[in-house]
Write a protein that binds this ligand. Structure first.
Ligand SMILES: [Zn+2]
Ligand SMILES: [Zn+2]
Length: 339
């Protein structure tokens, strides 16, 4: 595919899309129902539907019986860990293999022309982003994922929280299912914004930001505090009356969904004229500039707090202006302290 029909490449070889990022249209004022209707298929396809389907598969074939989960035991906990880890290895691995190992589409639609495997750095274990990210993904990300999963399944199995049935509450639970991405975005925005504040940034979140040029294994390469806070999004289904299947969907949305923001490519080519959108640009800009796009634009929180960067020159100017203001404030504070 000709990626220059969709964007531009700069002197360094970095590609950027022509279309600017947009906040989800259902927040627009005045309301624009036609735009919302046109946007909806992309909201569900392919990613949201895939993560919801994966939760159904887990529920039917992987999750143990309620009786088993009433007691904490290594058997079922390790079983869940093994299945989660295998699934991530295959799912993330497919992107890694196609885009980064085989380099199946070269640097077409690639935001950063460089390849992490060719950029050794002291920021990483063994000076290798791939190895560092891979080890953290499976050594920190997956245990945190499974810990949260075990936590909510144990709570449901023991009747500590309401377990609504789909037969009796079809409309309410369908609504909760539709809100899963919104819950994710709001939760992620809040914890993400918090861990950008010092000293939490230095202690916790800098681990994830070591990957300025993220690739699939970077997705869950996190400090344990961040990983637990990130997956804790599924625990909203213990606060909100819900069903364990929806808690599982919420967990998968966070776990499998993380790779979508860290692919490093705007589109994944499937054939000469077909490709799937990754929707990774907002989060790519976050990794590049740190101080913008704490969320992905599904909920307009970045817009509200002035940290939204839509990829346009205007967005760049807004970011620079904020940065100058912040620097001036820091300088003024330093002068006051010194006086
Ligand atoms: Zn990230
Ligand atoms: Zn961040």
């Amino acid at each position: 595919m000709d990626d220059l029909k969709f964007g531009k490449r700069n002197k360094r070889g970095d590609w950027a899309p022509d279309a600017h990022l947009e906040i989800a249209p259902f927040w627009a004022l005045p309301p624009n129902p036609l735009k919302v209707l046109a946007w909806l298929p992309g909201y569900f396809l392919p990613w949201n539907l895939l993560f919801a389907a994966s939760a159904v598969v887990w529920w039917h074939w992987i999750i143990p019986d309620r009786m088993v989960m009433q007691t904490l035991a290594w058997g079922w906990v390790l079983w869940l860990f093994a299945v989660n880890a295998a699934a991530v290895f295959v799912f993330y691995g497919l992107f890694e293999l196609r885009l980064y190992v085989q380099r199946g589409q070269g640097t077409r639609f690639k935001y950063n022309a460089k390849w992490p495997s060719e950029q050794p750095s002291d920021a990483f274990w063994f000076r290798s982003q791939n190895l560092d990210n891979f080890l953290r993904c499976f050594g920190v990300g997956l245990p945190s994922w499974t810990a949260v999963q075990v936590g909510f399944l144990y709570a449901y199995a023991n009747g500590y929280v309401p377990w609504l049935s789909f037969a009796e509450n079809p409309v309410y639970l369908a609504l909760v299912a539709l809100l899963v991405p919104v819950i994710h975005e709001a939760h992620f925005f809040v914890i993400h914004r918090l861990i950008h504040i010092e000293p939490l940034y230095k202690w916790v979140h800098s681990v994830h930001h070591n990957s300025v040029n993220p690739s699939p294994w970077s997705s869950l390469s996190m400090h344990p505090v961040e990983a637990l806070a990130y997956f804790a999004v599924a625990l909203w289904h213990l606060v909100l009356p819900s069903n364990p299947l929806l808690a599982l969907y919420q967990l998968h949305y966070a776990g499998f969904g993380a790779v979508v923001g860290h692919i490093g490519f705007d589109k994944m080519e499937l054939g000469p004229e077909t490709a799937i959108d990754s929707h990774a640009y907002a989060h790519y800009l976050h990794h590049k500039h740190f101080d913008v796009n704490f969320g992905d634009g599904l909920v307009p929180l970045d817009k509200l707090f002035g940290s939204w960067h839509d990829g346009s020159p205007e967005g760049e100017r807004r970011m620079q202006a904020r940065y100058e203001k912040k620097k001036a404030r820091a300088n003024a504070a330093a002068i006051r302290k010194g006086a």
